[in-house]
Write a protein that binds this ligand. Structure first.
Ligand code: SAM
Length: 390
């Protein structure tokens, strides 16, 4: 690709991420469209990987330039100058996080582990879930081998596969295009495993769209559970409807409901509730490094308030609730659970996954909570709590 076009693409992507708060994937697509970039398939993938890397390195570039930076183009040129990236910097700059993000994690995990976690969070972990509604595990593994994908079986979930390397992006694999395998992080699958869906279950997924966890619950019950899938976002529910069909889910057993789940009211002792709450997504920095740029204490507090309202209502709905967030911040995990447990008497917490890490040391019941981390479990950062009424 011509150097000028690449510099233009990267600087436009940075602009879209920083100024318009777009996720990297969307920012890059927009940059390609605006610049009318006609790229071959391989070229586009290469340019996209560079776009992801430069967005991930953005905080570091700001540290190097101080306040002297004049344009995104200048930042891109600086990024290409490998020597400049070797400038000695404080650790938060070196790892390319803002000082608050770095300080919060190092304060919780200690310097050595905190830095290992942040370093690992910068990398993308790739997982595929075999969609057993459409294909067997054996046939999918055979297909992966045929396509030259290097993978590892997972020791906890028979249908999860960790991808070590792939000659092409996962979404371009035939089995992914045919929905026989779904790009799905193991930590997200673990949330559904904690819910333990059974064929006779009625499940209320109160924040369901776009339905990746609903579809796993249906897969684990061979399409026999009944799910009420609620979400406040009608557009996302529409996408979910299409996806569920493509995944082979029996949609006659899934009722999609547009609702604000802080207020829904269907008290039923026999249902299970899954609350995979909206969050800062700080556990998914590897997938979308733009998250590092826009996350601040106030963003985390904003989500924390929503999560508290959703969980307070969820514990009123039934006797078994799984609460999860794709966040590495305790304000969206341990402290939300604490606020609700303090307010509602008679709740009990269960650490359903013995292999998960405990919660952060900010609540006395941390051993009853579950955290999955990139540097320990090779997954996105996730918080999971299983809450039961005594
Ligand atoms: C993390 S996503 C859920 C992902 C989904 N569980 C999955 O696995 O595909 C959070 C969802 O919560 C929805 N949401 C946010 N506030 C809500 C509310 N008050 N009531 C219901 N849904 C809400 C968002 O629209 C978003 O779709």
């Amino acid at each position: 690709m011509r150097d000028k076009l690449l510099v233009d693409l990267l600087s436009r992507t940075l602009y879209e991420v920083v100024e318009r708060c777009l996720p990297v994937e969307l920012a890059f697509k927009r940059a390609c469209k605006l610049l009318k970039a006609k790229l071959g398939y391989g070229e586009r993938e290469l340019a996209y990987e560079k776009a992801r890397s430069i967005v991930s390195d953005y905080m570091k570039l700001l540290c190097i330039t101080g306040s002297k930076v004049r344009s995104y183009r200048e930042l891109v040129r600086l990024w290409f100058n490998v020597e400049s990236l070797k400038t000695p910097l404080p650790p938060y700059c070196q790892l390319s996080y803002n000082a608050w993000f770095y300080g919060r994690i190092v304060g919780l995990l200690g310097r050595e582990e905190g830095e290992a976690m942040l370093r690992s969070l910068n990398r993308r972990n790739l997982w595929l879930r075999v969609n057993t509604l459409k294909a067997s595990v054996e046939s999918v593994l055979r297909d992966l081998e045929r396509e030259g994908v290097d993978y590892e079986d997972d020791k906890h979930f028979y249908y999860m596969v960790k991808i070590l390397s792939s000659p092409k992006p996962l979404r371009q694999l035939r089995i992914v295009k045919e929905f026989k395998a779904i790009i799905h992080d193991k930590a997200s699958a673990a949330v559904v495993e904690v819910l333990k869906p059974e064929p006779e279950d009625v499940i209320i997924d109160v924040t369901a769209a776009p339905g990746i966890k609903t579809s796993l619950a249906m897969m684990l019950t061979e399409n026999r559970a009944r799910i009420v899938a609620a979400d406040i976002d009608v557009k996302r529910l529409k996408v979910m409807k299409v996806l569920l069909r493509k995944y082979g889910v029996n949609t006659s057993r899934v009722e999609l409901v547009a609702a604000d789940s802080a207020y829904i009211n269907i008290r039923n002792c026999n249902v299970k509730v899954m609350l995979d709450a909206p969050c800062s997504n700080t556990g998914a920095v590897g997938k979308d490094p733009s998250i590092k740029i826009h996350t601040s204490h106030s963003v985390v507090e904003y989500y924390s308030n929503i999560q508290r309202r959703l969980l307070e209502n969820a514990v009123k709905l039934c006797n078994l609730i799984v609460y999860s967030t794709c966040s590495v911040m305790p304000e969206e995990g341990e402290l939300v659970v604490k606020a609700v447990v303090d307010r509602c008497s008679g709740l009990k917490l269960v650490k359903a996954l013995p292999w998960a890490s405990p919660g952060y040391n900010v609540v006395v019941f941390r051993d009853k909570l579950m955290r999955l981390f990139p540097h320990i479990h090779g997954t996105e950062g996730f918080f999971i709590a299983l809450i039961l009424h005594r």
